[in-house]
Design a protein around this ligand. Structure first.
Ligand SMILES: Nc1ncnc2c1ncn2[C@@H]1O[C@H](COP(=O)(O)OP(=O)(O)OP(=O)(O)O)[C@@H](O)[C@H]1O
Ligand SMILES: [Mg+2]
Length: 239
């Protein structure tokens, strides 16, 4: 959470293997949130949170933690789309009630649609109404994610996209030239920070590989600019 407790809603969009997860993990490493909940679809946040087997277990852990620190992750286990959505709905209700945390939600297109998302998710992703949860939502497919979420993001972070309609969609969404999205290679990104209006681009660091990279930010705004000056990322003029 940022010290100011301002609403932070981040969308992370890109094709499979383009660097979404790497980038999110680098943000978590920088943010060091004391309170973290991960909807850990691919069982990949083990370095950041401990797994809790059941949603009832999540509820109990939150009750025990109260307003104190807790970093947990939930691996959806339901069979079928409907059951997984139901699990996400319950987790969202728990996160909404608990508040004051970072909530990472992986592969949103599995659990929301353009016209539907769990009520608690909608409340959390509606800027200004609920400012106590910093949302980081990832998806491979921007067109399948609920519109309220994308419409209220304070930061939209875009990695490479293979499909033309997806590139068109995000270029419109972050108001940048389509070519800037088309040109993205694996690990490269472009993002719109709606807190400042700034359009930035850069490259995520791959563990074990040297090279130019934009390091993680400590917030959606200030630290990112500091990273750029030291690592070669750049702000892009608004078209
Ligand atoms: N810790 C790591 N060390 C080295 N390479 C990694 C590491 N984590 C991920 N990678 C590689 O970086 C690439 C991007 O991984 P990442 O998890 O960020 O993909 P993603 O965009 O989240 O994809 P998906 O939508 O499939 O989850 C992959 O090729 C992956 O093998
Ligand atoms: Mg991923």
């Amino acid at each position: 959470m940022s010290a100011s407790n301002a609403a932070q809603i981040w969308a992370v969009i890109g094709a499979s293997g383009t660097g979404k997860g790497l980038w999110i993990k680098q943000q978590l490493a920088a943010l060091q949130p004391a309170r973290l909940v991960c909807w850990d679809f691919k069982n990949e946040y083990g370095d950041y949170a401990r797994p809790v087997e059941t949603l009832e277990g999540i509820r109990r852990a939150m009750l025990t933690a109260g307003s104190g620190p807790l970093r947990i992750r939930y691996l959806p286990r339901g069979a079928g789309e409907k059951n997984v959505r139901k699990e996400f709905e319950t987790l969202c209700e728990l996160v909404y009630a608990w508040g004051q945390c970072v909530f990472v939600a992986e592969e949103l297109s599995n659990v929301t649609t353009p016209g539907w998302a769990p009520a608690a998710w909608r409340k959390m992703t509606t800027s200004g109404r609920h400012e106590a949860v910093h949302i980081i939502g990832a998806t491979q497919n921007p067109a399948l994610v609920d519109k309220t979420f994308l419409g209220n993001c304070t930061l939209v972070h875009v990695c490479a996209l293979r499909e033309y309609p997806h590139r068109q969609y995000v270029a419109r969404s972050i108001d940048c030239p389509l070519q800037s999205v088309t040109d993205l290679q694996q690990f490269e990104w472009i993002e719109r920070d709606y807190a400042t209006g700034e359009l930035r681009n850069g490259r995520v660091q791959v563990p074990g590989k040297a090279g130019r990279a934009n390091g993680p930010r400590a917030s959606a705004t200030g630290a990112a600019r500091a990273c750029q000056s030291s690592t070669g990322g750049s702000a892009i003029a608004t078209p």
